[in-house]
Design a protein around this ligand. Structure first.
Ligand code: FES
Ligand code: FES
Length: 184
């Protein structure tokens, strides 16, 4: 393979080693080489968030990330978000359950990215990181309680063409607050 590079990384807990074109994005690698088609290609330009996955605990846009840059890293995609093993014992992640409960989707195209983004965002909030500002800017510790406005702001990189935003915010707020949330 011209421009071929070898890359070893962990995807959803499984070690993977493959040779990819050095120009290949993580998104294309996941979808075309590893058959993980949950991550969606909405724009391929970093504008929609449909391709969001979690790398080393941080949400990133896989369409703007080269697979070769993930050497030695840990990648989590929507296929690896549910907790437990596969089969009957698999439990959905609380964010997935909340999206179902609140109808946080219509067509579902943006949903894998929304859920990966929300899972990592709630973790950012716990740690006081506001990484939506930019990769290298960290704001002071986030408030323990995120307002709906803050959730909207932190999730603003994930576009939903169906406009399911109120339901998405309600789902995330319910997981964040640990209390049932009425319609927003
Ligand atoms: Fe990556 Fe749209 S496909 S941001
Ligand atoms: Fe259709 Fe969000 S549910 S784009």
């Amino acid at each position: 393979l011209d421009n071929g590079v070898s890359v070893s990384f962990k995807v959803n807990g499984t070690a993977r080693k493959l040779t990819v074109d050095s120009r290949m994005t993580l998104l294309d690698t996941l979808r075309e080489r590893l058959d993980l088609t949950g991550s969606k290609k909405g724009c391929d330009h970093g504008q929609c968030g449909a391709c969001t996955v979690i790398v080393n605990g941080q949400r990133i846009l896989s369409c703007l990330t080269l697979a070769a840059s993930c050497e030695g890293k840990t990648v989590q995609t929507i296929e690896g978000i549910a907790q437990g093993s596969t089969g009957a014992t698999t439990r959905l992640h609380p964010v997935q359950e909340a999206f179902l409960k609140h109808d946080g989707f219509q067509c579902g195209f943006c949903t894998p990215g929304q859920i990966c983004s929300a899972v990592a965002m709630l973790d950012e909030a716990k740690k006081g990181h506001l990484s939506y500002v930019s990769e290298n800017v960290r704001q002071p510790a986030a408030p323990a309680k995120l307002s709906n406005e803050e959730i909207r702001e932190r999730m603003s990189g994930n576009i939903c063409r169906c406009g399911a935003y109120p339901n998405i915010v309600a789902a995330i707020q319910e997981v964040h607050s640990g209390k049932p949330v009425e319609q927003i």
